[in-house]
Design a protein around this ligand. Sequence first.
Ligand code: DGL
Length: 273
Amino acid sequence: MDKRPIGVFDSGLGGLSAVKAILKYLPNEDIIYFGDTGRVPYGTRSEKTIELYAREDIAFLEKFDCKLIMAACGTVSSVAKNAISKVKEPFVEVVTPASKAAVKATRNKRIGIMGTSATINSGSYIKAIEKLDPDIEVSGVSCPMLVSLVENNWIDDDDKIAVEIVKRYVAPLIKNDVDTIILGCTHFPHLAPVISKVVGDGVRLIDTGYEAVMEAKAILADQDMLNASDRQGTAGYYISDKTQNFSHIAKTLLGMDISDQANFVDLNSFELD
Ligand code: DGL
C-alpha cells in the first residue's frame, strides 16, 4: 500500500471532473490538484507553449512526491508528448482510457469527438481509436467556447446560450450519425446535461475524467499502491490565479465547498529543475 497523494492537473477547473471521480471511486486517496487558472485556456495555444506549461504543471506536482500523476487535460494528453514521456511516476492521460471506453460503447461504429482546437488538430483520439478498431468512423469538432462556458459556470441545461452554442458545435456529429461522443476535454463533462439535452439520450457520452480515474485505479491496484487506510482522503487545491469566482464555480462543479483548501501558486517564482 502507498499513502502518497495522487497528483492531478488541468489548465483550469475542468480537471475537477477527474477529482469528482476520485472522491467517489477512490475515497481513501489523498489528492493534490493543480489548476492553471492563470493561463487557461491551453487549447488555443501552440504546441511549444502547451509543452512548456505541461512541464511546469508536472514539475509542480512532483514536489509533492505523488505516487501517480494524472493529466486531467485532453489538450496536454494530446499535444505535450515530450513532457509526458519524461514523467518518472506512474502516469495517466485521458486520450487512451476514453478511446477504449468509446470503442466498447459504440454500436454503429461511429464515434464523435468534442475537444479543444489543439486536441482536434492533433488527431490524438482518431489515432487511438484507429489502433483499437480501424473500422470505426471518427469525426471530431473543436469546441473552444465550451471551455469558457465552464470556467464561467454557464452549465445549466436550461441556459439558452449554452444550449445554442452546443447545438452549433455538435451539428456535424449528429449529421454523421454518431452514437457515442467522447467529451475529449475534461471541461466538457461539466456540460454533459446540456450536451445530452441537445444530442438526445440515445447518444452515449464518454467522460474523460471518469475514464482516466478508472485507469488510475487499475494501475494502482495492479501495483499494490492503493491507499487501503479506512480514513477519508484529503485534498489540496492549488491554482495559479485566484479568480474571484473560483470558490463558487468549484463548488458547483464538485458539489462541495473547497475554499478553505484552495491555495494560490505564483508560477513566476516557480523554477523548473
Ligand atoms: N480541460 C482541458 C482539456 O481537456 C483544457 C481546456 C483548455 O484549457 O483549453 O483540453
